[in-house]
Design a protein around this ligand. Structure first.
Ligand code: BG6
Length: 503
């Protein structure tokens, strides 16, 4: 946790320096950290890739990325020039390990210049197939350092099943210690997601209600309007289950389900999250049949434009069995949550882009109001809207003003826009700063990754081994397959959405 900033000199090595992730996320985040005064006094950013580029050319490429994707808009000339003085480029070809020699020379040069205590961060913004190669080269060239001086950051997917995740973890931990490894799940860096811990554990009024006695069910719905776009190749081997549920959504579920940590220590918090994953009910074949739904989009119209079905997207097999939608009912078998369903759904090309967590409370134990007064009755709900609206709403009943007693639901709203004037940092700004300060709270530990895979493997295997005969089964711009409505309707509930906010 950061309260004040005094950062050690840092050498930031980005593998995949000319790639999409660096352009869209890392470079804008590093530049914004610099602009807001959150970069160390002494730092160097070394981009690496196979291409041969001069420092100047690399800086120009990065500037284009920042100009196109930064939340703060185009760079300010003077700020950028100062920031870019510390940006460098070294060509490294992972298939020719000897090229690591020049990277080693660069790192040593900055280590000498910056003096004792300099830390090195390796960011692997490359395809997962390159993780093992790069990690091995860092080891062979004695660049892996120790817990104090060196960290490695990797992006999901962390394996594509339990076995490959274990292999990756074993390889990484044979070279680095767990304290050096930062597995990024960018959802954990989102401001509204970080606020879940604050909301739950900094307010005494919630805890007494936060259990099976008062909560009816929980929904986590992460829907996207976009299709797979140009990521068809990657998505074919992932699908919604691996791409969103194994990581982002299960992490959200852990934040809602976890017990109170005894302090804000990274491992204590991660222990409490792993406990949730370990308590989750394993899937039997019947559960897979009745508690999971998969979908794939077909063509449709989005905002007046016709969009292709998934099977016609670039890089996608015309006969693909990959799911672009998944809905699952989970249970957490412990004292707090026994019998309380957690419904999750996610998908591409859905009607609305929105990430919502809804906690529906149980109904009043006894109704004192006559039926005529309660026509609009609704159980209390707490709605945490992660994006695009950033808010927390508590829906309660109130008396409508007037001479008659009529009840209707109203929202008590904490809305970021109306409450704060400060700008919200991007998830990557938060997470990169955490890497530099050495705070692993918002990063996935090996056992979290493996527990999430372990839970989902029966579903992964069932969906892979049995082709869906109904695919494609939902139209672009809809709320997904009908079966997903049935999944929750069977229990007497419906998926909750917020009205579209047009401003
Ligand atoms: C990524 C997934 O991890 O998260 C993408 O690979 C998905 O498929 C994205 O679109 C969603 O992130 P966000 O921050 O836009 O909700």
């Amino acid at each position: 946790m950061k309260t004040s900033i005094s950062l050690k000199p840092t050498i930031f090595v980005i593998f995949g320096g000319t790639g999409d992730l660096n352009m869209r996320k890392l470079a804008p985040a590093l530049y914004n950290l610099y602009s807001d005064g959150y970069m160390p006094q002494k730092y160097a950013i070394i981009g690496t890739a196979r291409k041969k580029l001069t420092d100047q050319k690399f800086r120009d490429v990065l500037m284009e990325g920042v100009n196109s994707f930064s939340r703060t808009g185009k760079v300010k000339k003077e700020k950028w020039s100062k920031f870019a003085e510390s940006v460098h480029y070294t060509s490294v070809d992972v298939s020719a390990p000897e090229t690591f020699k020049s990277l080693k020379d660069d790192i040593e040069k900055y280590q000498q210049e910056f003096g004792p205590g300099t830390q090195v961060v390796y960011y692997l913004a490359v395809a997962p197939s390159l993780f093992p190669l790069i990690a091995k080269c860092l080891s062979d060239y004695k660049l892996a350092g120790d817990e104090e001086s060196c960290r490695i950051v990797i992006e999901k997917p962390f394996g594509r099943d339990l076995e490959t995740a274990k292999e990756l973890n074993q390889l990484l931990t044979s070279i680095f210690t767990e304290k050096q490894i930062y597995r990024i799940d960018h959802y954990l860096g989102k401001e509204t997601v970080q606020n879940i811990m604050a909301f739950r554990f900094a307010n005494s009024l919630l805890e007494p209600l936060w259990n099976r006695t008062y909560i009816d069910h929980v929904q986590i719905s992460v829907t996207e309007q976009l299709g797979v776009g140009d990521r068809g190749g990657y998505y074919e081997s992932a699908g919604a289950l691996r791409d969103m549920i194994q990581n982002h959504i299960l992490q959200l579920l852990c934040l809602i389900g976890m017990e109170t940590p005894i302090n804000f220590d990274a491992d204590e918090i991660r222990n409490k999250k792993v406990d949730v994953l370990k308590a989750m009910r394993p899937f039997s074949p019947d559960d897979i049949r009745f508690s999971t739904v998969r979908g794939q989009y077909t063509k449709g119209w989005v905002e007046g434009k016709e969009v292709p079905g998934y099977r016609h997207e670039n890089g996608v097999n015309p006969d693909s069995n990959t799911e672009t939608f998944a809905a699952i009912k989970f249970f957490v078998d412990n004292w707090r949550w026994q019998g309380i369903p957690f419904y999750v759904r996610t998908g591409k090309r859905l009607f609305q882009t929105s990430s919502l967590i809804t906690i529906q409370f149980k109904d009043v134990p006894h109704q004192i109001f006559p039926a005529a007064v309660t026509e609009h009755w609704q159980q209390n709900r707490l709605i945490i809207s992660i994006q695009p609206e950033m808010s927390i709403r508590l829906q309660v009943q109130a008396k409508r003003p007037g001479l008659d007693m009529v009840l209707n639901p109203v929202d008590m709203v904490f809305d970021y826009k109306g409450t704060y004037t400060t700008e919200t940092p991007e998830a990557y700004e938060t997470l990169l700063l955490d890497v530099m300060t050495g705070d692993q709270t918002q990063f996935m530990r090996a056992d979290q990754v493996e527990s999430a895979w372990e839970l989902l493997m029966p579903v992964v295997n069932a969906w892979e081994s049995k082709k869906s005969l109904s695919f494609p089964n939902y139209t672009a711009d809809s709320w997904g397959p009908e079966d997903a409505e049935a999944l929750i309707a069977r229990d007497g509930f419906h998926w909750f959405t917020l009205p579209l906010n047009k401003d």
